[in-house]
Design a binder for this molecule. Structure first.
Ligand code: LLP
Length: 422
């Protein structure tokens, strides 16, 4: 469910016509629906209320301060992967005890900052990293919590670039090594190794891979109990898939039904790290048609957004639904076209051979499901200013990120004196 709907053939975000937003704020423009965002967070919370998990929204999905603040205000914690994300989390007032920190490559400076802030725990991805965190905690004389990220070796049936829980992926620690570490956990005198973590991949549309991974975890936790190793937390990661096209993903309720009995067995405090599920369908990218180019082989609809604004189609061949803002056309006057951006790469496309209603130059299009891994993966490639972002709350629209200026593009660049003849 989301709040982008046609009313009288006009696409609305909540109570505002998207056309009005495009004209008022210019394009390319990211538009978020506040109520869709909150609704998805609440859906997950409600589905799992019997175990009252800590839901740590995964900042990487969309790290705009307004999105983070909206969720933190509703009680969300945050899942971070860098010093920059920690900075954002603190900036929006997220309590440090609701922050969990994963990443295979945490630097000393990042670790130190997170320890000083007193985050809930690190999700540790290797033995050398565990030793390093212990070392830094010792130097800072501050005992720190850690969870071991397990690589459970399950197939999540998603795109290979977003598969993370197979032994061929760089993430996590295998069960046998984790067991060995836990057996000597007292050796890490400044670490309280109190939890386990998994995150098997992203855009997973079935429950089966989650069930299979969690079952493995339950077995492991029970075996640990038998040898006197007791833990406090189980972090089951993120990964819940959403509808982009014809997917039929599990709802929060169905997901909960499948995994709650397993989670209850662990008797541990549960943490979740959803990103896409919360923000994916809460955002769209609005773009204007610049030119329609008809060649002997194809029709190209050239728009003013590019792969620098939304890289998912180029990177993962991802499908995003693309809708006109006026829905007056029928399938009879639809035609196949490639919808492409202005960037000098053939991978700069949003759709290929897509059946779309007849459109004209100057019309706007809405690229749906762009809330997650849209703006947060955007870049300045081709020296393009990054898009403006607005958040709609009923009949009000708030700018939550200004459009970048050309001055912003060169802000950090320095021409050395010798090139200036000085
Ligand atoms: N926890 C960890 C440790 C993660 O690495 C991720 C995502 C999440 C949670 C949140 O996963 P989600 O619930 O959003 O699936 N750029 C890709 C997705 C990369 C996901 C990276 N990790 C895309 O656009 O599909």
């Amino acid at each position: 469910m989301h709040e982008f709907k046609y009313k009288n053939n006009q696409l609305y975000c909540e109570e505002i016509k998207v056309q009005d937003l495009a004209e008022r704020f210019d394009t390319p423009l990211y538009v978020y629906s506040y109520h869709t965002l909150i609704d998805h967070f609440q859906k997950l919370k409600t589905a799992f209320h019997s175990i009252n998990p800590l839901i740590c929204y995964s900042v990487k999905a969309n790290s705009n301060l307004a999105i983070l603040k909206a969720l933190v205000d509703k009680g969300a914690g945050l899942d971070i992967v860098s010093g920059g994300e920690l900075f954002r989390a603190i900036r929006v007032g997220c309590p440090a005890q609701k922050i969990v920190y994963a990443s295979v490559g945490k630097t000393d400076r990042e670790i130190e900052e997170a320890i000083k802030r007193g985050i809930l725990f690190f999700n540790v991805e290797s033995l050398p990293e565990l030793e390093n965190i212990n070392c830094i905690a010792t130097r800072l004389n501050k005992v720190t919590n850690a969870a071991i990220r397990i690589n459970p070796d399950v197939e999540p049936k998603t795109h290979k670039f977003i598969t993370t829980g197979k032994l061929t992926n760089k993430f996590g620690i295998d069960f046998a090594t984790a067991r060995k570490i836990l057996l000597v956990r007292d050796k890490f005198s400044y670490l309280n190794i109190c939890g386990l973590h998994i995150h098997i991949g992203s855009q997973i549309t079935e429950s089966a891979p989650f069930v299979s991974a969690i079952k493995k975890m339950v077995r492991f936790i029970n075996n640990l109990k038998k040898i006197g190793i007791r833990l406090e937390y189980l972090n089951i990661g993120g990964g819940l898939g959403i509808i982009y096209d014809k997917e039929n993903p599990q709802t929060a309720k169905e997901f909960a039904k499948k995994i709650l009995p397993l989670l209850k067995k662990t008797e541990l405090k549960i943490i979740m790290e959803p990103g896409r599920f919360i923000v994916g369908n809460a955002g769209i990218l609005v773009t204007k048609i610049l030119y329609i180019k008809v060649t002997a082989r194809k029709k190209f609809v050239i728009v003013d957004a590019g792969m620098n604004d939304l890289i998912r189609p180029a990177l993962y061949d991802a499908h995003h639904q693309i809708l006109p803002l006026h829905n007056q056309s029928t399938i009879h006057n639809s035609e196949k076209a490639d919808i492409v951006g202005p960037i000098c790469e053939s991978a700069d496309f949003f759709a290929k051979e897509r059946l779309i209603p007849k459109v004209r130059e100057g019309d706007y299009l809405a690229i749906m499901g762009a809330g997650a891994y849209g703006f947060s993966m955007s870049s300045n490639y081709n020296s393009r200013c990054r898009a403006k972002e607005v958040m709609v709350v009923k009949d009000k629209a708030f700018v939550i990120r200004k459009r970048e200026t050309q001055e912003d593009l060169i802000h950090n660049e320095i021409i050395p004196p010798f090139l200036l003849g000085i």
